[in-house]
Design a protein around this ligand. Structure first.
Ligand code: SF4
Length: 339
């Protein structure tokens, strides 16, 4: 595993298409306490052995190196990140890294009643909560866990702890939860939440994804607009995967549409991912990975690791191929990448 030549850290972390990488998503575990039908439906999952997981110390070191190269935003993901023991300790270590501008977490909220306060105290700024249905029976059907009340309590705890704005991520699947689009819009209005509808992507275990299960974001937006007039958000972040809309009647709440399949945003992509076992993925749909764990554990110094990160970014894919006939499904599933 030859080490790429070191280059000046002054140079921005850029891919071969000129996109600057400012966001690093860090998966801290592949484990999850849900069995969402569109993600990991089976009970008998072989999790990564503990010894193969990045330690907190290794995560902090890689995050520090990435920030020195230009990353400004960190997002902690899983599996379900709050299943990783002592996560507030990791948050505390990351939150003080010089140059960091944003530290967020994506969670299914089941552990937030217990952890929202400690996470906020440790320096976490905000949370995205994965919530695909507001109907208890449908929740039990989709996640194969009767956990909706606990999730809603977790959302309240996050709000009370100041982990705001609260973003709700809803993966829309035809015939499963797309009939609840208006209910989610009303949740956004009632609680001043950012509700984001995410198009179902072909990263599931098994073969559930297809034209039959995909609900284009445009279709959901049109359904909601039959009841509420929407306007593009004046605060749209050009690099954000979500296209945000606000209610024309001035009601609080934002609706976001992450149309990864039908309206890809790859041209503005500024993200890379670090898997729980220390691999860099330059795209959610990458077919190759770059092993930083082996580099760390073989004693490479920061400059060598930085050179590896830069070399990985240089190979970042232009876009995904879901709709152009060239798509090859990656081996890793969403639960092993972390979204
Ligand atoms: S598909 Fe890949 S390139 Fe496109 S936005 Fe997602 S991570 Fe970026």
């Amino acid at each position: 595993m030859p080490t790429p030549p070191a280059t000046s850290v002054a140079l921005p972390l850029q891919d071969s298409f000129g996109r600057e990488i400012e966001s690093l998503r860090i998966s801290v575990t592949d484990r999850c306490n849900f069995r969402c039908l569109y993600c990991i439906p089976d009970e008998n999952i072989e999790w990564l052995p503990k010894g193969d997981l990045l330690t907190f110390e290794e995560i902090v070191r890689l995050a520090r190196i990435a920030i020195e190269l230009g990353v400004r935003k960190l997002r902690l993901t899983g599996g379900e990140p709050l299943l990783r023991k002592n996560l507030p300790f990791l948050v505390e270590e990351l939150a003080v890294l010089p140059g960091l501008q944003d530290l967020a977490l994506t969670t299914n909220a089941t552990e937030l009643v217990r952890l929202a306060e400690p996470l906020a105290k440790a320096g976490l700024e905000r949370v995205n909560i994965s919530l695909d249905t507001l109907d208890r029976e449908n929740f039990a059907r989709m996640a194969q866990r009767d956990a909706l009340p606990r999730v809603l309590e977790g959302i309240d705890a996050a709000e009370a702890a100041g982990l705001t704005p609260i973003s709700i991520n809803c993966v829309a699947i035809r015939g499963m939860n797309d009939h609840e689009a208006l209910d989610f819009a009303e949740l956004a209005r009632r609680r001043d939440f950012e509700v984001r509808f995410i198009e179902f992507m072909p990263l599931e275990h098994g073969h559930r994804w297809g034209e039959h299960s995909l609900v284009p974001g445009r279709e959901l937006r049109e359904r909601i607009q039959e009841r509420y007039a929407l306007a593009p958000s004046p605060d749209q972040d050009p690099h954000a995967p979500s296209r945000d809309w606000v209610f024309e009647d001035g009601s609080p709440g934002v609706l976001g549409f992450i149309d990864s399949v039908t309206a890809p945003f790859c041209a503005d992509c500024n993200r890379i991912r670090l898997t729980a076992d220390g691999k860099i993925r330059t795209c959610l749909f990458s077919l190759r990975e770059h092993d930083l764990l082996a580099a760390l554990r073989s004693g490479e110094d920061d400059a060598q690791v930085a050179a590896r990160l830069r070399a990985a970014v240089a190979t970042k894919e232009l876009k995904h191929h879901i709709t152009d006939g060239l798509f090859v499904k990656p081996e890793r599933t969403m639960s092993q990448i972390g979204g």
